[in-house]
Design a protein around this ligand. Structure first.
Ligand SMILES: C[S@@+](CC[C@H](N)C(=O)[O-])C[C@H]1O[C@@H](n2cnc3c(N)ncnc32)[C@H](O)[C@@H]1O
Length: 278
């Protein structure tokens, strides 16, 4: 059957335009979607298309887990149910980090999951020394698959959050963190997210703020390792006010700069020390 015919039958009834495109690219192994759309699929390809469609319809499993793939910052990442599916708004961290001079710098991607943040940065600047840490050994298995897929080197460390800096004797220059930040009581979490994505990657105590509280408490320890350190951290779009309150006692020693994502939501902050020479 022609790809354009399959599209008529399934978009927008079952898939969005983008989801349809992701499936076709995956099953044909061709990246030029505009070329493929005019083609006929082989029988085995169209069988696979309907198998994916049925699984998606019957289970409501996120498509990325069915395809074991998510496109993030210009490349593909392997994903399974042990890692969060990379979100487009997280690309903002990558873009902001890439504005720094990263040559030969030590970059720690803490709470790395699939590794999408650290790996995307090292894909652009291979001179970065990359360290990826997560508390979940199963998530780190996925990170390893992505390091191999992208043919880049990085050190994997299984660690509880900022304990990683006590485990390795390396001075961090840049830290990126996309921690779990959803309040456990939050009723707005979509069904397929709650049913399929790892809860350890989604939910956090203290109204979703515990990872920020710990980070702010540990700033003196981290900046003792390196005064020039820059920390990039994602948060939920409604958490800015609470974060400002939590940060207010630290404002004498540290700068915090909040940034919006492409959907105009407050999404991340950047911390530097006021003692930095940069
Ligand atoms: C929101 S996901 C982010 C994954 C990935 N960095 C991304 O942006 O797609 C949070 C990650 O933090 C990890 N995590 C949860 N609690 C942790 C802890 N105490 N210490 C280290 N990592 C933790 C989870 O396993 C998960 O991979």
């Amino acid at each position: 059957m022609k790809v354009s015919k399959l599209k008529e039958q399934t978009v927008p009834k079952i898939f969005t335009q983008n989801e349809f495109k992701e499936i076709i690219i995956k099953i044909t192994n061709k990246s030029d979607f505009n070329f493929v759309i005019e083609n006929e699929l082989h029988k085995n390809e169209s069988d696979l298309f309907w198998k994916i469609t049925n699984e998606f319809n019957d289970t409501k499993k996120p498509l990325a887990y069915i395809l074991e793939n998510k496109y993030f910052y210009n490349s593909d990442f392997y994903v399974n149910e042990n890692v969060l599916i990379p979100r487009p708004e997280t690309e903002l961290i990558v873009e902001e980090v890439l504005k720094l001079n990263l040559d030969e710098k030590n970059l720690f991607d803490v709470c790395c999951g699939s590794g999408c943040i650290g790996i995307s940065i090292k894909n652009i600047n291979d001179s970065v020394n990359l360290y990826l840490s997560d508390i979940s050994p199963k998530a780190l298995e996925v990170t390893k698959i992505n390091l191999d897929k992208h043919k880049i080197k990085g050190q994997l460390i299984c660690s509880d959050y900022l304990e990683v800096f006590k485990k390795v004797n390396v001075k961090p220059d840049v830290i990126t963190i996309n921690p779990p930040y959803i309040d456990i009581e939050d009723q707005n979490v979509g069904e397929s997210v709650r049913n399929y994505e790892p809860h350890i990657a989604l939910f956090a105590e203290n109204n979703g703020l515990i990872f920020y509280e710990k980070l702010f408490n540990d700033l003196d320890f981290l900046y003792n390792l390196n005064k020039e350190l820059t920390i990039f951290c994602e948060f939920g779009f409604s958490q800015k006010e609470e974060l400002e309150k939590l940060f207010s006692p630290l404002i004498v020693k540290y700068n915090i700069d909040f940034k919006k994502d492409y959907a105009n939501n407050w999404r991340m902050f950047v911390i530097t020390s006021k003692e930095s020479h940069g």
